[in-house]
Design a binder for this molecule. Structure first.
Ligand code: SAH
Ligand code: DHB
Ligand code: MG
Length: 228
């Protein structure tokens, strides 16, 4: 099946996605620099851009930069005076990402900060770099419950929160798993389903990255009437 999913992704790229030499080069440069090939797919990247545009995003927070592929997709949704902050633990990844962001002519809008995100996030709050309109969580999956809480804290009412990689080939079903990532992913589901500030869903996906899925949640607005 996976070959077919990848072939359909290629068909989508050929017929539906815009020709995008910059993103092609960004992916190639990331691979040349020795970073792992785990960025969002082109179709997923385009989805991130469209969702951020739909959200009217002016300020975006990303947790987990890698080579900046998703960063660039999201930042393309920003107006000229928009701002995207991306948090990355690995200084080499951050260097590669900054070069890629410059290549995409987005250096004026994008800041990549190096550090463990759980240590950087308190500074994001203290420096009042938010509130954010979109938060994309895509770093170390075992901290996703904490990142989700931070997203709620740093996002404006009505903001969109997206969490990548929450299905992991269906392994999320394993309630007895001792794997920290699966356990945290399951806690993330509980949190998404019970958090008073979030309206959420999870969409399973297949494609060139295999069988996975993403969560999306809307931060409830103060004035919005919510049923249930
Ligand atoms: N969002 C990227 C992919 C991110 S891969 C894209 O789709 O293009 C996950 C990234 O999270 C890696 O670069 C990894 O170094 C980073 N990471 C892992 N643990 C982290 C942590 N504790 N804080 C910040 N970044 C972390
Ligand atoms: C993998 C995929 C991702 O999208 C990610 O953020 C981290 C790891 C993976 O396939 O291993
Ligand atoms: Mg991911």
């Amino acid at each position: 099946m996976r070959t077919q999913w990848t072939e359909v992704d290629r068909y989508i790229e050929e017929r539906v996605l815009p020709r995008d030499p910059v993103l092609v080069e960004v992916r190639a440069a990331t691979e040349r620099a020795g970073l792992p090939s785990i960025a969002v797919s082109p179709a997923q990247g385009r989805q991130l851009e469209l969702l951020a545009r739909l959200a009217g995003a002016r300020r975006i927070l990303e947790i987990g930069t890698l080579g900046g592929y998703s960063t660039i997709c999201l930042a393309r949704a920003l107006p000229e005076d928009g701002y995207l902050l991306s948090l990355e633990i690995d200084s080499h990844h951050a260097e590669v990402a900054r070069a890629n962001v410059a290549l995409a002519a987005l250096a004026a809008q994008v800041e990549v900060r190096v550090g463990r995100a759980l240590e950087t996030l308190p500074f994001v709050e203290a420096e009042r770099l938010g509130p954010f309109d979109v938060v994309f969580i895509d770093a170390d999956k075992d901290n996703n419950p904490q990142y989700l809480e931070w997203a709620v804290k740093l996002a404006r009412p009505g903001a969109l929160v997206i969490v990548d990689n929450v299905v992991r080939g269906g392994k999320v079903l394993d309630a007895a798993s001792t794997d920290a990532v699966i356990r945290s992913t399951r806690r993330t589901y509980e949190l998404l389903g019970s958090h008073p500030a979030l309206d959420a869903t999870i969409v399973q996906t297949v494609g060139s990255k295999g069988y996975d899925g993403f969560a999306m949640a809307l931060v409830r607005g103060a004035t919005r009437r919510v049923r249930s």
